[in-house]
Ligand binder design. Structure first.
Ligand code: BEZ
Length: 204
């Protein structure tokens, strides 16, 4: 398998961390996108995904898969795993919703990052940045208050949650997300020690 990859992207890291949890990371060749900017086409990625987005995976059968959620589901299928994403419907859809919550937090965090670090200063929109911030805070409050049961196991949702919290530490070190969220802080402290996280850490 080949994965269009940028180590700074939490969407990509969610896939690589899942591959490590499944013990199949060595089956994936990483194709580094190099500098990945939102305002231009990356031809290498676009050859496999018309949206030009990462992550995009090309299977050993030559099929291109995207987005990160579909790739994670494929990797579980490929590995024959039924624990990260169980078949039992109540658990399955709860975990998929947790994963979507984490992906939504990634969307907000990455969008805010583009707006404040990439977009020309005279074109920035402070209200829009503030809206991404409230989305990040509300999502993390929900994780603190409503997901204790799911956060107690290793699954496709908790991998995505750990990855987005790591991204917030990486790009927003003054966010103070641990303040008033003790359960989430303990969850992350434990999860961050897993080899799936240490092996996929972006360079400083
Ligand atoms: C980042 O540098 O924060 C980033 C890079 C690629 C995709 C998403 C985020």
């Amino acid at each position: 398998m080949k994965l269009h990859h940028n180590p700074a992207s939490p969407f990509v890291r969610m896939v690589t961390a899942t591959a490590h949890e499944l013990n199949i990371a060595d089956q994936i060749e990483l194709i580094d996108t190099g500098v990945f900017l939102p305002d231009r086409v990356n031809e290498g990625v676009a050859a496999d995904n018309p949206l030009g987005k990462i992550p995009s995976l090309v299977t050993d059968h030559g099929t291109a898969l995207y987005d990160s959620r579909v790739i994670c589901e494929y990797l579980c299928h490929h590995a024959g795993d039924k624990e990260l994403l169980p078949d039992e419907p109540v658990s399955r859809f709860r975990i998929l919703t947790l994963q979507s919550l984490a992906v939504g937090l990634m969307d907000a965090g990455v969008s805010r990052r583009y707006e404040t670090a990439v977009r020309p200063e005279d074109k920035r929109w402070p209200d829009w940045v503030a809206r991404q911030h409230t989305r990040m805070e509300a999502g993390m409050d929900d994780l603190e208050n409503n997901w204790a049961s799911e956060l107690g196991s290793i699954n496709a949702g908790t991998i995505a949650v750990a990855v987005v919290l790591a991204y917030f530490d990486f790009r927003y070190d003054d966010l103070g997300w641990r303040d008033n969220r003790p359960k989430l802080a303990v969850f992350y402290e434990d999860f961050a020690k897993r080899s799936s996280m240490t092996a996929t850490q972006p360079p400083a």
